[in-house]
Design a protein. Structure first.
Length: 208
């Protein structure tokens, strides 16, 4: 069972529909017991970093998510959910994140020809092959964001060119993130979710 973490800042219903489509049994929940027993987690997100972390803290989910990550459960953060995986964000002053992947969220540079927020379809440049990236080099995916993940190259799996080279996909061990919305990215997004399904199935097999 995949748990889509419910904390009132996520695009949860669209994520659920996409998981249904690729055949991943799922449930939207904020119950710590559900999260701890899950075969995999999706951390969605739309909005402000600090408010999202506050919601997770108020629901007692910050330490739960960290514990689940520590034991090797696959996690996929989507858009703001990906940013929450990092050590923190400079949006409206510094806010500490989950710290599952090294990096910090910074504001996209101003560019008269490239407005912020970055909204629209951009091409993926795969820099590291994983089960999530193996079929998506050159594919177009849908972004909506004003901040980007400032990460070291060793955790970046794909980039997208905007005013800078934006880390579009990141990962560290069992923790993955997409800055874009796979659930809004047509067939390319579905391929990425199928890749996450493979990650979950492999993790389940090796833990049995």
């Amino acid at each position: 069972m995949i748990i889509i973490i419910d904390y009132d800042t996520g695009n949860t219903r669209n994520v659920q529909k996409a998981l249904d489509y690729v055949g991943l049994e799922n449930k939207i929940s904020a119950d710590p017991d559900d999260i701890q027993k899950a075969d995999g987690l999706i951390l969605p997100g739309v909005g402000a970093f600090s408010l999202a972390m506050k919601e997770l803290e108020q629901r007692g989910l910050v330490e739960v998510i960290k514990e689940v990550a520590q034991k090797g459960t696959p996690i996929l953060g989507v858009c703001l959910g990906m940013q929450l995986l990092l050590e923190g964000s400079m949006e409206n002053g510094f806010t500490e994140g989950l710290g599952l992947i090294e990096g910090l969220c910074e504001k996209l540079p101003d560019d008269p020809d490239l407005p912020v927020p970055h909204m629209g379809w951009n091409q993926l440049i795969v820099t590291n092959e994983t089960l999530l990236t193996k079929e998506v080099n050159g594919q177009y995916v849908y972004f909506v964001h004003s901040y980007y993940a400032d990460c070291e190259p060793d955790v970046i799996d794909a980039l997208a060119q905007y005013s800078i080279k934006v880390p579009a996909m990141i990962s560290k061990e069992n923790v993955y993130g997409t800055q874009f919305h796979p659930e809004k990215s047509s067939e390319a997004g579905l391929m990425i979710l199928r890749g996450f399904k493979e990650v979950v199935e492999h993790a389940r097999y090796t833990s049995d």
